[in-house]
Design a binder for this molecule. Sequence first.
Ligand SMILES: [Cu+2]
Length: 301
Amino acid sequence: MNRLVIAAAIASSLLVIPGCYTPSSEASLNESSEVEGMESNHADHAEAMGDGHHSDSHSEHSGEGHGEPQQATLAKLTVPSAIAANQPVALGIEIQDSTGNPVSEFDIVHEKKMHLIVVSDDLQFFSHLHPTQNEAGQFQVENIFPTGGNYTLFADYKPTGDAQRVSALKMAVEGNPSPSPEMTLMRSQTLGNTQVGLMLPSEEISAGEPITVAFHLEDTQTQTPVTDLQPYLGELGHLVIVKQSDSPTEADYIHAHPMANHGPGHLEFMTQFPEPGNYKMWGEFNRNGEMIAAEFWVTVQ
Ligand SMILES: [Cu+2]
């Protein structure tokens, strides 16, 4: 228990107010801030306890909720002690306040109380989950991890009366990851009957510069823009971006939503990349009930 209190105290000292970037009231952008000169990752606190492993993470204000109180929270991940690839794994996430008490009241954001983005640390695997709360207030969900290796879980949540935040949690799956394919800068991807094209203002992207990331979706049969996009979690699309690193942190995670509709099959997101590096982007769309997640790499100078 002592250790948790210490971790929470560290978290509150790390909780910085980022420069929020909200291009319009219709486009909300939850962007992680940078924690300059400080290690923002507490995943090395992971430990084995009794029936399973626990991993703690402090939270980072994710860019919404101006003027609201800023309480530090701690996310605590509980997973089985041995995790094998290719089988369902029960994940438990408890949010605690700075005194170690569970937080159980959350606001619904984009139709859910918690959004959980799971990526392998080589960014080959991506999954977007919605854990449900049990009676004790803990969030629970199952996931299948396709290969061994290290994974990062970004829990995105908003305690009632407080700011929205992101906590990065760490876990390992037995075995080794498959070799990563080469990073490609392909700008078109075909998923089922949908061709997704990515449009950037330029391939020369500078860190910290607001840019428009556009996706154009065409039906492969008719070669015309798709007209059957349905809202998914209250938006016509979601853009999740994670910076490539040995072990991504909250500061490496960006979640953006599209700006006002720009015509059939065309979606535009405003975002910015906090630092130079390679980033993987997943554009999520709902074509008449069929979920599409198109993935692209970008290099930022
Ligand atoms: Cu979600």
